[in-house]
Design a protein around this ligand. Structure first.
Ligand SMILES: [Cu+2]
Length: 260
C-alpha cells in the first residue's frame, strides 16, 4: 500500500509520528483520492431511485443525487483514514504504549470549516430552494379526497363526487391536491414514483400536491401505486392500490363513464 517505510527500525517504541508524517499524509491523501474517484464512478453508475413519474420526483432526485456526490468523499475519507490506521499502526507484539496522539489544530480548523460550509450550503440549496420549488405551484387543477382505513384506500374526486377504490386515476401534467384523512389509525399516503408521502391522521386532514409528468400504470411500473407507509396492522403490506396516469381526454372520458 504505497510508500510506507520499509525499515524495521521504525518498529522501535520510541519512534515519533512527526518524523514520518509527511510521507504518511501523502500516502493517505493519494489512497483517498483514488478510492473517491472509484466511489464517485460507482455512485454515478448505480440507479438509486425507482421509476420517477412526477415533477416533484425530479426535484427530490436531483437533491438526492447531489447529496450522494457530496457525501462520497466524506465517507471515503473516514474509511480510508480508519483503514490505513488500522493496517499501518496495528499492534506488533510490543506491549509498551505507543506515542501519545497530539491534536492538530490546523486539521480541526480545516475540518470544522469545510464541514460547516458544506452543511450550510446544502441546507440552503438544495434544501430551502428545493422546498420552494416543490411549493412553487400552489394552484390545484384537481382536488381528490383520500380516505385511508384498515386496509384500503378510497378516492373521491371533489368536483364531480366520483368515488373509486381499486385504482387512482390521474391526468398527466395537472396539479393535483390530495386531502388525506383516516377513519381509524394513522396510515401514510405514499406514491413511490411521485416521491410524495404524507401521514393520514384520524380527525385531521393533511394535504400534499403533485404533478404527474409521465404516463403509466401499476401494470407496467410497480412504483406507480399508493402504498401505506405506516405500520397499521396485519393488512398493512397489502394496503395499496394502483395508480394510472393518462392523457386529459382519456381521464375526462373515464370520469364521465364513472358518473362524473
Ligand atoms: Cu395503513
Amino acid at each position: 500500500m504505497g510508500n510506507g517505510d520499509h525499515s524495521t527500525t521504525s518498529q522501535t517504541k520510541d519512534r515519533t509520528h512527526s518524523d514520518r508524517q509527511p510521507g504518511r499524509l501523502a500516502t493517505v491523501a493519494f489512497i483517498w483520492l483514488l478510492v473517491t474517484v472509484l466511489a464517485e464512478i460507482t455512485v454515478a453508475a448505480i440507479e438509486w431511485q425507482p421509476f420517477a413519474a412526477s415533477r416533484e420526483a425530479t426535484i427530490s432526485d436531483d437533491a438526492f443525487n447531489l447529496l450522494m456526490v457530496l457525501a462520497t468523499p466524506v465517507f471515503t475519507f473516514v474509511i480510508v483514514v480508519g483503514g490505513y490506521a488500522l493496517l499501518r499502526d496495528r499492534h506488533r507484539g510490543d506491549d509498551a504504549d505507543g506515542p501519545p496522539i497530539r491534536t492538530s489544530r490546523a486539521f480541526i480548523a480545516t475540518w470544522l470549516v469545510v464541514t460547516t460550509v458544506l452543511s450550510v450550503v446544502v441546507i440552503i440549496t438544495p434544501g430551502f430552494t428545493g422546498l420552494d420549488e416543490l411549493r412553487a405551484e400552489p394552484e390545484a387543477d384537481l382536488v381528490i379526497d383520500v380516505r385511508a382505513e384498515r386496509w384500503s384506500w378510497a378516492y373521491r374526486y371533489a368536483d364531480s363526487g366520483v368515488e373509486t377504490q381499486g385504482n387512482l386515476m390521474l391526468p398527466i401534467n395537472r396539479r393535483v391536491l390530495f386531502r388525506i384523512s383516516s377513519t381509524d389509525v394513522i396510515h401514510s399516503f405514499w406514491i413511490p414514483a411521485f416521491r410524495i408521502k404524507k401521514d393520514a391522521v384520524p380527525g385531521q386532514i393533511t394535504t400534499t400536491m403533485v404533478t404527474p409528468r409521465k404516463l403509466g400504470s401499476f401494470d407496467n411500473q410497480e412504483e406507480m401505486r399508493v402504498q401505506c407507509a405506516e405500520l397499521c396492522g396485519v393488512g398493512h403490506a397489502r394496503m395499496f392500490t394502483g395508480v394510472t396516469v393518462v392523457e386529459q381526454d382519456e381521464f375526462d372520458a373515464w370520469l364521465a363513464a364513472a358518473g362524473g
